[in-house]
Design a protein around this ligand. Sequence first.
Ligand code: 5GP
Ligand code: ZN
Length: 137
Amino acid sequence: MQGNCIFCKINAGEIPSATVYEDENFKVIMDISPAAKGHMIMLSKRHCANLLELDDESAASALIIARKLARALKEELNCDGINLVQNNGEASGQTVFHFHIHLIPRYDNDQMSLGWTPGKYEDGEAATFAAALAARL
Ligand code: 5GP
Ligand code: ZN
């Protein structure tokens, strides 16, 4: 628990939230300012700023829970698609520095924008990046 962290306070029940799911690793709540109705956020139970700091146990269980939630979203809202969004660092758009994953229901032609302009690599550049990154694993 980090004293000033709003998501730690939600985990502790000090700030109320509309809760969907809870276990030893995650609490899942409705986002207070949803991108679309049904938008949920999965908060790690242990405070860490972002994915780079996430513990193994939470990392291992995260996608199993996300899959459950995605199926529930599809069944309940009959949405056409679902985005999982997970921001790390201010540059990425992160505003609350406690690890979380967004699940956002999407609809055909909903005009929501989560996109980027596709770039391109010079010849051989992608392979150079791949090798450099692989060397750091
Ligand atoms: P980020 O930009 O850090 O990936 O997303 C933070 C998210 O937390 C935002 O979508 C924001 O609406 C949500 N949020 C911030 N404060 C609260 C809160 O007090 N309660 C709930 N339910 N969501 C919050
Ligand atoms: Zn926290």
